[in-house]
Design a protein around this ligand. Structure first.
Ligand code: NAD
Length: 477
């Protein structure tokens, strides 16, 4: 019999009468059962977080920082165990360790460690807003209280860490719901970090979207952090608005990558490839449409095709795998449908394009040419291993293409002339525009979207500020 994995509520393991199975997307096998939290358990988790919050916030900053460094040590010590869960449950291959390796599950755990250490080492000192002979006005940063966090399935542990760590660094407590597609690894992560955190500081609930709706719509919540799709983000924002609760929304993207006519396709192919196909394209800020001028079109397609065809794909627990399966059937069906629609709309499949056949949701790395703006594969977020490569005539036209959709998470400009690329970058509507790289987030650099990609930022000092509220202390002299 497979194990049932449990939630952590006030530092203690908690199950539920109802459970569901978590499946391995590479094999279709059950990995174990996950509790479906009841509405009462969601309320209990919020109450536990509420009860723990004043003492957690009252601790000296140095103590909270030291405890968070311990959390980073726990993550590091358990990285092999947790990376194994990420591969089995999410699908990305184990891969190498560290920033220069193929980004797989070990990379995700390395990211969890770093995205814990960095906020732990940052401070939000008191700011002097104004001072003269008559008054002194200081801005202090206070925690909100209880943060509700709802995470997606693509980088399940890393995104949970992005939501939990800044929140608790500044004195909030957290109730987190992982995605129903990737719950076990996250529940295990939270169980393990609870070994060093006081009870109630980080709690979990689990189950389908309904459980997330109970959590984010509860009047006992003071701030919501959500990463996931646009439609869910809109529902959460509406529910939070009823309670006048602020929300950070990190939603989907449809990032354009634009090669300028002076770009070097051979030298840039590897960066473009990983910009698009990291985690099988299941990354919010992956390059999802590539705009290439006529003069570079053939060499760019050729260089990307060579890379796409040489990447080993299979069960990520096996040595040497670089690509894994798509994470779930819903996403797999979406990719199949979008590639079929691309064929019908006149696209040419340069490589891939045919489902690999089961078991597992394997789909080959796919490049499609011959499409234009307005075709479904260009306009809809594929969130999978497919990249449309679109020919453009003038740079103005490419910029207009990049800006025409209601998405604005990231974008990139590729050129041998950085100054020229920066001028193009400043005309693109996106939270981040990378130059000669794509999706290269960093724990010190704010990250967030504009337009339909959401609002609010994570990471760095701005990310810490986003989980606090300012309090002015104004003194008469
Ligand atoms: P999703 O919106 O379907 O689900 C995300 C989470 O929301 C899950 O935990 C789900 O159970 C929960 N949920 C569903 N309905 C809810 C409701 N009514 N109230 C509260 N919670 C609810 O998204 P997904 O399919 O898991 O993730 C893929 C999407 O996320 C893509 O669009 C991707 O681009 C986006 N994404 C964005 C970022 C970013 O930082 N901007 C990062 C990763 C993924």
């Amino acid at each position: 019999m497979k194990n049932t994995y449990l939630n952590t509520l006030n530092g203690k393991p908690v199950g539920s009468d109802k459970t569901f199975e978590s499946l391995n997307p590479a094999t279709g096998e059950s990995l174990g059962s996950v509790p479906i939290s009841t509405q009462q358990q969601v309320a209990d988790a919020i109450a536990a977080a509420r009860a723990a919050q004043p003492a957690w916030a009252a601790r000296p900053d140095a103590e909270r920082k030291a405890l968070m460094m311990k959390v980073a040590e726990v993550i590091k010590a358990n990285a092999p165990y947790l990376a194994d869960w990420v591969t089995r449950e999410q699908g990305k291959p184990l891969g190498g360790l560290g920033p220069d390796q193929v980004p797989g599950a070990r990379f995700e755990l390395w990211g969890c460690e770093v995205w814990t250490q960095v906020p732990a080492s940052l401070d939000l000192p008191v700011e002097l807003a104004f001072e003269d002979d008559t008054r002194r006005d200081e801005v202090h940063r206070k925690p909100f209280g209880v943060v509700a966090a709802v995470a997606p399935w693509n980088w399940p542990l890393l995104i949970a860490i992005w939501q939990i760590i800044p929140s608790i660094r500044v004195g909030n407590t957290v109730v987190l719901k992982p995605s129903e597609y990737t719950s076990i690894g996250t529940l295990e992560l939270v169980r393990l970090i609870n070994e060093v955190l006081p009870a109630g500081v980080v709690n979990t609930v689990s189950g389908p979207g309904e459980v997330g709706a109970w959590l984010t719509g509860d009047p006992g919540i003071d701030k919501v952090m959500f990463t996931g799709s646009g439609p869910t983000g809109a529902k959460i924002a509406q529910a939070a608005a009823k309670n006048l609760v602020p929300v950070t929304l990190e939603l989907g993207g449809n990032d354009a990558a634009i090669m300028l006519p002076d770009a070097d396709p051979k030298a840039m192919a590897m960066g473009l490839f990983w910009g698009a196909f990291i985690n099988m394209g299941q990354t919010c800020a992956a390059a999802k449409r590539l705009y290439v001028p006529e003069n570079l079109f053939e060499p760019t397609v050729q260089a990307l095709k060579e890379l796409a065809e040489m990447m080993p794909m299979g069960d990520g627990l096996k040595d040497g795998m670089v690509m894994g399966p798509i994470q779930n059937k819903m996403q797999y069906d979406k990719v199949v449908d979008l590639v079929d629609s691309a064929r019908q709309q006149g696209g040419t499949v340069v490589c891939g394009g045919k489902p690999a056949g089961g078991p597992g949701y394997f789909y080959p790395l796919t490049l499609v040419t011959g499409l234009k703006d307005g075709d479904r594969l260009v306009d809809e977020e594929q969130f999978g291993p497919v990249l449309p490569i679109i020919k453009y005539r003038t740079v103005d036209e490419a910029i207009a293409s990049a800006n025409r959709l209601d998405a604005g998470l990231g974008a990139s400009v590729w050129s041998t002339d950085v100054e020229k690329a920066k001028q193009v970058a400043s005309r693109i509507q996106a939270g981040t525009v990378w130059i000669n790289q794509h999706g290269m987030i960093h724990p010190m650099v704010p990250f967030g979207g504009v337009k339909g990609s959401g609002y609010g930022v994570e990471f760095g000092l701005d990310g810490l500020k986003a989980v606090t509220q300012p309090q002015v202390i104004s003194v008469k002299k």
